[in-house]
Each structure stands twice: as C-alpha cells, then as structure tokens.
Design a protein around this ligand. Structure first.
Ligand code: ADP
Ligand code: ZN
Length: 746
C-alpha cells in the first residue's frame, strides 16, 4: 500500500503530493497525521495522508516508508481533503495552507497533549468496613477510605483537596492493594453559562422559515436560504429550531457568529437548548481548550459547533446545516492566506455533504439579496420584531442648521434634550461615533496645514490622554507641535471627533452621569470588551460611548436612546461599498435601542440629511435601499455585476512603483487577450488607478491596479489567467500582492 502525502512545509517548491510506502504494521488511513522522512538526511517531518493506492509507478528504492502515525484517528475527513483541493485552485494557496485551516494549530508540532486525570477507587472484593476498622491507628487512611467509598471513583487530587495530607495515605493503600487507580483522558471544556430561556411558540413567519430550511436541507440545488429579519425579529430562535430538526435527522450543524458577538450570552442560549452537544471554537479559548473542543467534534461527541469564521472548517462527519449569522460582516472574509470567504467554503462543503446553508442578517449583503431575488437563494423574511415590539423611531438632525443657529457643540439641541430625558427616567443611552474615516486630525486654522504621518501620508490622530499624535497605520507617535510647521503661527487645533471628545462633552452637559468608553484604545487589554459590556449591562453607567464595536453584540434592555454623533462620515470613503456599509452600520446601531418593553429612540446627526442612504436608514427600509444601490452598482458595473481583483505594488521609490504598475498592466492585458480572445478581453477592465488611496504606508509608496472582471461565462478562465500571470510575474524586489474581492480598498 502507498500513501500520497502533503508534507507540512510552507513552501511552493514542495506544494505537491509525495508518495510513501505504508509498512504492513502501520494502520494508515486517509486523513492520518503522520511522520515521514523528508529531504536532506531524511529528517522526520509531519505530513497528512490525502490518498491511498495499491501501487506506484515509482521505482521501489525511490520510495521511503511512512515513519509513524501521530494521532491515532485520521485528523482530516475525506470531504475536507476534497475541500482542500478545491481551495488550492480557487484561492491559489498551498495545499498545506488549506489543510492548516482544518486542524487546530496545536495539533501540528505537538504543542498540546491530551490531558490525563488519575482516579482512585476501592479495589473489587475489598470489604471497606473491615479495612476501616483495622486502621484505628491511622485516622488519615480511614478518612481517605470513607471519602473514596462514598464517591465510588474520584480524581486523586480531589481527595487531596478534601483532605490535606491524603497523598501519603493513598500511596500506602495502593501498595496494600486496598485501592486501585486508573488514568483516563479528559476534555478541557470552556466555561459557558447556561442561559435558561422559556421555550417560545414560533410565530407564523418563524415557522415558515424553519420549514424552508427543512426543505433546503434535502434540496441538492437550491440549498441556500437567506433569512432577512430585522434585529430582534427572532432569527436566533429560528436557528435553534432548525438545528433541533437537523439533529433529529441524525445530522450535525455549524453556527458561525462574528467574533465580537461570541459572547457568553449568545453561546449560553445554544447551550441551554443543546447542553453538552455544543462545542465552541474561538480565539479566546486556551490552546488546550481549543484542541479539546476540536477533538470532541472530530470524535463525534459534539453535534453542534459554534464559533467565528474558522469554525466553518469544523470536522463534522454528518454535516447537515451551516448557519451564518450577520452574514454581511466583513470578518467572514479572511485577509490572510488563504483569502477564503466563510460563505463560499460553507457552500462548497455542503456541495459534497448535502445539507442547507442559512445566511441570516437584518442588512444582507447586496450580493446575497441579489441572488435571493434572482431565485438562486430561497428568501425568508421576518418583517417584524417579536411580541409586537416596535422598531425604534429614528430622527434626523441636520447639523448644518444647528451651526447656523449658533450651536457649535458636537451634540445637537435635540440629542441633548433626549439625553436629559433618558437619564431622568433612569434609562441608558448609547453614543456612537464612526471612527473609520473621521478622526481627530490636527490642522492649522491660519494656513490650513494638516499634520500627517511622514511614512504613511495619513492624517495623524490626536490622543488627548497621551498628549501626542499617533498614526493609525504604522503606529508612530509624535508630540503636538506648539506652532504650525508650515506658517509658524500658534494656531494648530484638533478637528474631528474621537470618543474621548464625546465623553468630555457629555460630562460637561451632565456632570453626574457616569459613562463608559469603548474603542481600540480602551480595548488593549484582553477581556476588556466583556468587562465594559457587563459593567454597562449591570447599570454601573448610564451612557456607553463607542465606535463600531458597540454596534452589535449585546442586548441591553434598558437602552432607550441611541445617538449617532456623525452619521455620514463613512459615506465618502474611496470605496464602492461605502453606501452599503453606512446603511448596514446605521441600521445595526439603531437596532440597539428599545430591545425590551420600553420603546427606543434614535437620533442621526448628519451634514447630509438629504442623502438617499441616510433617508433609507431613517426608514429602516432595506428593500428601498437595495433598489437604489443595486441600480448604482449596475450603472457602474460594480459587484455583483463584476468581480474585483486588486494588485498592490509597494516600494521605496515612487518611479519604480509607477513603472512596475504600468508594465504589469500592459503585460497582463496582452496575456488576457491571448488567453480569452479579443471578445473575452472586453469582459475585463483594467483600472490603473496609480496611487492607492493611501499612497504611503510605513515609508513605502503604494500603487494599485484594479481589475474589474465582468460576470460572464468566461469569468473562471479570466481569474485563472490573472492568477497564473501574477505567479509568473511576482517581482522579487518589490512587494506585490494580489487580492480577490479586497475588503478594504485602501
Ligand atoms: P434576532 O436573532 O433576530 O435578533 P432573537 O431570536 O434574539 O432575534 O429574538 C429576540 C427576542 O425575542 C429574544 O429575547 C427571544 O427570546 C424572543 N423571541 C424570539 N422568538 C419568539 C417567539 N416566537 N415568541 C416570543 N418571544 C420570542
Ligand atoms: Zn504612519
């Protein structure tokens, strides 16, 4: 027997299957993690068995033996190996990169071992009462015997905890043959509270969604369901019921939630319903816990995996359902190699295993809704919040009017008034600022000079706490100059908004109100996220001020007011997705208000009150937003009518970068013409953008080439051609990077 093996070395030169002989005595199966002799001196390397075959064309002295099996069970499923082959082509990554997604890092390099616990018990046939009676001179031994005979079987160190000094007594009793001990592997399971929730009778809309998912699970073609439900409409309840049905059919489920929503609250709801059949996978687990949770899934001890992006690879043998909550979140797209999308991986896995994919969101990605309306996905809508709770009322405040009326505070009169009302009633408020694209830059009121980072061509951000300015791309800091570097006048002033400034203004207006702040600065410490949220939820503060981070996650029943300090700041970022992102963000933030009985209010402060996106956000009218935005995309041939690839060039010398970018574009164009014919080449638009929107990072000049591929039947060929070209032309002396569907066009 011969094994095809991928060796665990991250290099394109060894990115292939190597053939090894399987010794008679070694029960090697497909998916096994093994040791093989490799390279100079036949050093042992780790590898993965991806196929077995009876014979080989290679001469027998060219073939070496598999040296040993590492983990006793195959760590990869055959289905996962198929998936890895697909990823190899689709994402143009190494086999080992793809396989590495599917097993915990701790397994490779043997950094974590199974945890063993030694338990003790009374040996069979021993009469405990007699043994106790004859030990009247050894009270510790007597007590040990009592404890163990009451417990039946008990971990050795537990006895020690109950009775200090027990270790010696246990040793004696083991030697005398009164006790016996055994050792067994245990799982390190993360602590998750069980949130008891009354079972709900599903509403008609929820029932129909569960039914659609049931049908999709056995439909080999239309197996994707888009569950569009406003916040609080009971989507999670639908997930729970759909999983219940899936388990009843002896199939298993994966639930993906954005990392930031993987709170004890969320997981606790699933645990309440499914108990130990849940396994949790996320980055905050210890290495041991991660490894053990993965093993519980692999060994069939858990039927539901819940986790962030990478949990989509959970080794379920009887996969029947994958649920992706908040499917519009950009965190489902990996930015590291392989640059996979969890949604695409889920769809690809289910192609092999059968089962349904459910995408849930209050603000689906434009492309998902497009697919739903065109019949590729099944569409389910939960149009209302459960129990007749109203959606919050959204007001728009025109900040230009405020300024004309002489109010140059960052809070409008209306927001101040509603804050006062809210605090007076003992209720809570959330104040949201959109930090991305709107930060406290420093500018001269005399000459207009803006303080920028010398490395990055990005405005420096003023941090009041440190009294320094900081570049958010490279992290360099410098003191605030006392005079303008350009005109030498002392008129430098910080502009824009930061959470600190919002907090300061709030304290001036409401000195007795306590507030909490959540942004990247206050989030440096591990676990501060949960700490701040639980402080707020237990009422230790009346106001929570924050950036994107507070837009989702927890339910705060006592929050009745949400203020969006500047609603339009993301609208004008240089990215075709800015309108979509702004709408999503505003809708998510608004959804934080009035989750419980007390009705919620939302104030959107903006300088662009007439902008359609702001108006749709006010009405919380997703279909209207969709119709507007899809027309814009069509006009511009932006996704979903095309696909974007981007090549970024970076180098110290501007002329080198500029020339390389142009030359690359020319050569690629010729290559595409050759590969696709001139008609096919018309599907492709090369946008030599020149300077990237951020033209310098860390001292390197950046240029970008955007490649827009129209969605025709030639698309796969076009992608392959671009990837092939890129691989052949990677310029060793310059940083180049090819991205597919880049999430950030900076
Ligand atoms: P979503 O995931 O869409 O935000 P949830 O499933 O969390 O919504 O539901 C919001 C709230 O409504 C939760 O407190 C949940 O317990 C409750 N809920 C959900 N479905 C029902 C129902 N059919 N009847 C009563 N309450 C429900
Ligand atoms: Zn910088």
């Amino acid at each position: 027997m011969y094994a095809q093996i991928v060796v665990d070395i991250h290099h394109s030169a060894v990115d292939r299957f190597y053939t090894y002989r399987v010794p008679e005595a070694l029960p090697v199966r497909v998916g096994h993690h093994v040791f093989v002799p490799f390279g100079q001196g036949d050093r042992l390397k780790e590898g993965f068995v991806v196929a077995l075959q009876e014979s080989t064309d290679l001469s027998s002295d060219a073939v070496k033996d598999v040296a040993g099996i590492i983990e006793p069970y195959p760590v990869l499923l055959e289905e996962q190996i198929r998936l890895a082959k697909w990823m190899h082509t689709a994402y143009h990554c190494l086999f080992i990169h793809a396989l590495a997604c599917m097993i915990p890092a701790q397994l490779r390099g043997q950094r974590v071992r199974e945890k063993k616990v030694v338990t003790v018990s009374i040996r069979d046939g021993v009469n405990v009462e007699e043994e106790i009676a004859i030990r009247n001179r050894a009270p510790v031994q007597q007590a040990v015997l009592r404890i163990i005979s009451d417990a039946g079987q008990i971990p050795k160190n537990e006895v020690g905890k109950l009775l200090p000094g027990a270790a010696g007594a246990i040793r004696t009793l083991l030697e005398k043959g009164v006790l016996t001990q055994s050792s067994a592997g245990v799982f390190r399971t993360p602590d998750v509270p069980v949130l008891k929730e009354p079972g709900h009778t599903l509403t008609d809309a929820q029932k129909s969604a569960v039914e659609t998912i049931r049908e999709a699970r056995i439909d080999p073609v239309h197996n994707t369901v888009l569950l569009h439900g406003v916040t609080g409409s009971g989507k999670t309840e639908v997930y729970l019921s759909a999983i219940e049905e899936c388990l009843a059919d002896r199939r298993q489920a994966i639930v993906l939630v954005p990392e930031i929503s993987l709170t004890p609250q969320t997981v606790g709801r699933f645990r309440a319903r499914f108990g130990d059949r849940i396994a949790v996978l996320h980055s905050r687990l210890s290495a041991g816990e991660r490894f053990d949770e993965w093993r519980r899934i692999r060994l069939g001890l858990a039927d539901i995996a819940i986790g962030a992006r990478s949990a989509v690879f959970a080794p379920m043998e009887r996969l029947g359902l994958i649920l992706i909550d908040e499917e519009h979140e950009s965190s489902y797209q990996s930015e590291k190699t392989p640059q996979y999308s969890a949604i695409d991986i889920a769809a690809q896995r289910l192609k092999n295993t059968g089962g349904a994919l459910v995408l849930g969101s209050a603000t689906p990605q434009l492309i998902s809704y497009y697919r739903a309306l065109s019949g590729r996905y099944r569409l389910c809508t939960l149009p209302e919040r459960v129990a007749g709770r109203p959606l919050p009322e959204v007001e728009i405040v025109n900040m230009r009017d405020e300024f004309l009326l002489g109010n140059n505070s960052i809070f409008s009169d209306r927001l101040t008034e509603l804050l006062a009302e809210t605090f007076a009633k003992g209720q809570q408020a959330m104040l949201f600022i959109n930090r991305r694209g709107y930060s406290t830059f420093v500018s001269c009121r005399n000459c207009g000079y803006v303080l920028k980072c010398e490395n990055c061509d990005i405005s420096m951000t003023y941090h009041k706490g440190e009294g320094r300015t900081r570049c958010h791309y490279c992290g360099s800091t410098k003191p605030l100059p006392s005079v303008c570097p350009s005109c030498k006048k002392p008129f430098l002033k910080q502009f824009g908004l930061g959470t600190e400034q919002v907090e300061e203004t709030l304290h001036k207006l409401f000195p007795s109100v306590r507030s909490l702040r959540m942004d990247t600065d206050t989030m440096r410490e591990k676990d501060s996220y949960n700490r701040i949220l639980s402080a707020f939820s237990s009422g230790q503060a009346q106001a929570l001020i924050g950036t994107q981070m507070i837009a989702k996650g927890h339910d705060f029943p006592n929050v009745t007011l949400v203020g969006v300090v500047a609603a339009d700041t993301t609208l004008n970022l240089p990215d075709y997705r800015s309108p979509e992102r702004t709408f999503q963000l505003l809708t998510q933030v608004a959804g934080r208000a009035g989750r419980d009985e007390a009705p919620g209010r939302v104030v959107l402060q903006t300088y662009a009150p007439q902008h359609p996106i702001i108006r749709f956000a006010k009405e919380q009218d997703y279909p209207a937003f969709y119709q507007y935005e899809i027309a814009e995309r069509k006009k511009m041939l932006y996704p979903p009518f095309s696909l974007f690839l981007r090549v970024v060039f970076a180098d110290k010398s501007e002329s080198t970068v500029a020339n390389a970018c142009l030359a690359y574009a020319k050569a690629l164009e010729a290559e595409l013409k050759k590969a696709l014919g001139s008609e096919g080449a018309n599907d492709i638009l090369l946008l030599v953008a020149g300077e990237a929107p951020i033209s310098r990072i860390a001292g390197l000049v950046r240029y970008q080439l955007l490649i827009k591929l129209l969605r025709t039947k030639r698309l796969p060929d076009a992608i392959r051609t671009v990837y092939g070209f890129h691989a052949a032309n990677e310029n060793a002396c310059m940083e180049t990077q090819l991205e597919i569907n880049p999430q950030e066009l900076y």
